[in-house]
Write a protein that binds this ligand. Structure first.
Ligand SMILES: [Zn+2]
Length: 212
């Protein structure tokens, strides 16, 4: 059985916030079960920020959000690729991922689904599948970017994990008006996935690859 206990887990976020949105409650559960969690963001989306905010605002926000989830500051890695242009730097990103694999050697990698239509998300999903082909790979859901999703895997989480995910996402002050940041949406999705897997709350994932 796939376990979250005492694993090395790598979360790949094309943009700051994608990792918390896709698997924030799972991160909370994994940390409570003794796993080490690394979080890598590829773009801090400086060019998408409203002008009243400093350019490094999303760096501050991702530091706060990941620390609210309980991720060690040293396990947060931030690259500075331009938003919506990750595909212009595909080879460099692949090399970054290969280096991360050599450094961290994760058991499980959480990444955008192969069915994600955002150009940056799909770039990370594809290059990560190359770099981490000998790891268990789970694609997280971001329903506003998934025209469809194979919900192959459900990870059950607690009320506290869901609460912590919402608390972490509240650190993204610049993103607070987005519909998918609403508490109601985040909690409802966890309830839907919980019902589908005969539990109270869950997060759903596409199984890209499983090594047992
Ligand atoms: Zn994103």
């Amino acid at each position: 059985m796939l376990q979250l206990k005492n694993k090395k887990i790598l979360v790949l976020a094309p943009h700051t916030d994608d990792g918390e949105l896709g698997c924030g409650a799972t991160i909370s559960r994994a940390l409570s079960e003794g796993s080490e969690v690394y979080y890598v963001a590829f773009s801090t989306a400086e060019d998408s920020l409203p002008p009243e905010f400093p350019r490094d605002q999303l760096v501050k926000e991702v530091k706060e959000a990941t620390s609210r989830l309980g991720i060690d500051r040293e396990h947060l890695i931030i690259y500075n690729y331009e938003v919506r242009k990750l595909n212009y730097h595909r080879q460099q990103i692949l090399e970054d991922l290969v280096q991360l694999n050599a450094k961290i050697s994760p058991d499980i990698v959480f990444m955008p689904s192969t069915q994600d239509i955002h150009q940056d998300h799909i770039t990370i999903s594809q290059e990560a599948t190359r770099a981490f082909k000998y790891c268990t790979l789970l694609g997280y859901e971001l329903p506003w970017n998934n025209l469809s999703l194979n919900t192959d895997c459900f990870i059950s989480v607690t009320e506290e994990d869901v609460r912590r995910k919402i608390f972490a996402l509240e650190a993204y002050i610049t993103q607070r008006n987005r519909k998918y940041m609403g508490k109601g949406f985040l909690r409802s999705l966890a309830v839907v996935r919980g019902v589908q897997s005969d539990g109270e709350y869950a997060e759903a994932f596409e199984v890209i690859r499983v090594l047992l």
